[in-house]
Write a protein that binds this ligand. Sequence first.
Ligand SMILES: [Zn+2]
Length: 292
Amino acid sequence: MRFATPCVFAAALTLALPAFAQAPASPYSTTKVADNVYQFRAGGYLSMFVVSPEGVIVADPIGFADPKAPAAYLAEIRKITQAPVKYVIYSHHHYDHASGGKVFKDQGAVFVAHHNAHRRLAALRNPDVVMPDMVVEDSGSTIQLGGMRVDLLWVGNNHSDNTLVMLLPKERVLYAVDWLPIQAIMYRDMPDGHVPDWFAGIDRVLAMDWDRMIPGHPGPGGRLGSKEDVRAVRDYLTDVSNAAKQLAAEKKCLNDEAMRAVKLPKYENWGGYGAYLFGNVERFCEYWARGV
Ligand SMILES: [Zn+2]
């Protein structure tokens, strides 16, 4: 009963708005995260860029779901600086994040990725993905440009075998894509994912000095992530793993009905819970029941 008044008020407010008041919202937006550090959003995708007088460092071009996004991305950068884009760094090789870098290549940017990303892209030869010019070894690397520093860190296999996290030590900001989603279930059956290595990478990221995380896909309300969110990912994966381990012990793994019966109500408000929990259980069932 006590919600009645706000609901009536909301309905009246909606009716009061003229039909032409709601122009279609642009799918593109840029938000300042720290001095000289920004996130660029194109629909359901996020990238990060770092500005200095000597040039700009861009993370993923995010041109797969929306091929116009990279040009819009460059236009957003140009609202802030005319400095050249010096580097494009792939968080990992998956096309939905790495596609569309041509507009930055045409500006003379150097493309950087983990060596496994280079190897896999060289085999795949997708024409929409610019090949990396430089590779990062497992020991990591650092880009320093015009007083800005970005550490490129490989923390083991997780959502791919070539995920780099980008750490800005001065600003205490981390950019991490797809393997540490904010309050979201992992995509489908965690394709290209490495179980159980994921957990060790989470512990390495939690041991680093940072306060805020830019994800590859917007979190609830578009908020940034925190270490609390990363711990929640670890808890979630642990709970899925334990549920699958139990199924395996009961010889019920890879039985669709049994895997679909797994519920983890603690996470039912997370994005993708209804659609993807089954796939996540299946992935851990493959691990516990077959060692895959
Ligand atoms: Zn991915």
